[in-house]
Ligand binder design. Sequence first.
Ligand code: PRP
Length: 180
Amino acid sequence: MRDNIDEILFSAEDILNRVTDMGLTISSDYRGLDPLLVGILKGSFIFIADLIRKINIPINLDFMAISSYGNNIDSSGVVRILKDLDENISERHVLIVEDIVDTGLTLGYLFQILQARRPASLKICTLLDRPTRRIVELPIAYSGFQIPDTFVVGYGLDYRQRYRNLPYIAKLRLKNEKNN
Ligand code: PRP
C-alpha cells in the first residue's frame, strides 16, 4: 500500500459491484428518456467512465469543470465555473454525476444554475455521500456509498491533486504529506 494510505474503505471490486448496480438502476429509470449525463470534473472522471459502461440505454455525455476547494481539504463555499456545458439542456433529462457530496455547497450552487436552464428533469448521482458535513441539503437520487467524516482519496478523488489514480478508495493519513 502507498505511503499515507491508512485503510482501504472500498476495494476496486466493491466499487465495480456498486457501480454495476447503479448503472442498471439508471438504465431502467431512464429508459426511453435519452438522458444527458453531466460529469463534474475533475473528481468524477473515473466514476462516470465506469458508470456509463454499465448503462445499457442510449445516453449523451457532457462535462462541467468547477472549482470549490482550491488546494485545501475544506470547502470554501466559493464555486467558480471553469468549463461550462457544451450542450443545451433545455427539455433534456439531466443527471449530474459527482464523485462526492460533502458540504453540498458545490452542488447546491450547480443545481440552481442548471435548474434555471429548464431541463425536463434534473437529478444527482454521486459515488460517495458524506452526510455528516452537509450544509446545503440536496435531493440525491443515486448514491453509491455513505462514508463517515474522514478524508478519502483514490478512484478520481485527490488530495492536493495526488492519489486520483488509486484503483480503490482509501482513508488518507494527513501526516508526513511531504512524502506523498
Ligand atoms: C469535490 C467534489 C465535489 C465537491 C464536493 O471537488 O468533486 O465537486 O468537492 O464538496 P462539497 O459538497 O463540500 O461542495 P473538488 O473541489 O475537490 O475538485 P475536483 O473534483 O477537481 O477534485
